[in-house]
Design a protein around this ligand. Structure first.
Ligand code: FMN
Length: 196
C-alpha cells in the first residue's frame, strides 16, 4: 500500500528556497544540459494537475536556434528599430524554454484548470532551477501569438505559447527585482472557523 510521505526533514529549507527565489534577468552560460533538464522536468511535473493530463510541452531553444527564433519574432515588429531590439531579446539567456499549453478536450476538466496546472508546473520548475543554483525568469514574449513565431516553433492550432522561461547561470553582482511586500491580509478572507 502506498502511504503519504511525511513532511520532509528539510522542509524549512524548502521554504527558504521559495522565499529566496528571485527572477534573474542577467543570465550567462552555461544552462542545464538535457539530462538535468529532464530530471528537473520530472520533478516539476508533480505539480498539481487535475487528471494528470500534463496539458503542456516545452521546447528548449539554445545556441543559434535563438537567433532563428529572434528573426521570426522580429518579423512581427512594427519598425526596423524594434525588430532589432526584439531579435536581441532572444539572446539574453543561453536557454529559452518555450512553455506550450496543450489544452485537451475533457468531459470534466475545463480549460482553465489545465491552464492553472501548466502555470503550476512552470512555477515549480523555476523553483527547482533556483534550488540547483540556476537562474530563470518567465517572460510572456516577445510576440507569443505572432504567426511567424507560432510557425517557427510549430505551435499547433489548438496550442498556445505561454512565453518563455529564460534560463542560465546568474551573472553575479546583480540586484534582484525588488519585491514589494504583499498585503496578504487584504488577500485573505475567512468564512467560518476561528475568529481572527
Ligand atoms: C506568465 C508570466 C509572464 C511574464 N511576463 C513578463 C514580461 O513580459 N516582462 C516582465 O518584465 N515581467 C514578466 N513577468 C514577471 C517576471 O517573470 C517576474 O515574476 C517579475 O519580474 C517579478 O520578479 P520575481 O519573480 O523576482 O518576483 C511575467 C510573469 C509571468 C508569470
Amino acid at each position: 500500500m502506498t502511504t503519504f510521505p511525511d513532511a520532509p526533514a528539510d522542509a524549512g529549507t524548502a521554504e527558504t528556497v521559495i522565499r529566496t527565489r528571485r527572477s534573474t534577468i542577467r543570465l550567462t552560460e552555461p544552462a542545464p544540459g538535457p539530462d538535468e533538464l529532464l530530471d528537473l522536468l520530472a520533478a516539476a511535473a508533480t505539480a498539481p494537475d487535475h487528471g494528470q493530463l500534463r496539458p503542456w510541452r516545452l521546447i528548449a531553444i539554445c545556441g543559434d536556434a535563438r537567433l532563428r527564433l529572434g528573426e521570426a519574432a522580429a518579423e512581427a515588429a512594427p519598425t526596423a528599430d524594434q525588430a532589432e531590439r526584439i531579435a536581441a531579446k532572444h539572446l539574453r539567456a543561453p536557454m529559452m524554454l518555450a512553455i506550450v499549453f496543450q489544452p485537451r478536450d475533457h468531459p470534466t476538466i475545463p480549460r482553465w484548470e489545465q491552464l492553472a496546472a501548466t502555470s503550476a508546473m512552470a512555477t515549480t520548475l523555476l523553483l527547482l532551477l533556483h534550488v540547483r543554483g540556476w537562474g530563470g525568469i518567465w517572460f510572456g514574449g516577445p510576440y507569443p501569438d505572432a504567426p511567424p513565431v507560432r510557425k517557427h516553433l510549430g505551435i499547433g492550432d489548438r496550442e498556445q505559447l505561454l512565453g518563455y522561461l529564460y534560463v542560465g547561470t546568474p551573472v553575479s553582482g546583480q540586484a534582484p527585482r525588488p519585491h514589494a511586500p504583499a498585503d496578504v491580509r487584504s488577500k485573505l478572507s475567512w468564512h467560518g472557523g476561528t475568529e481572527r
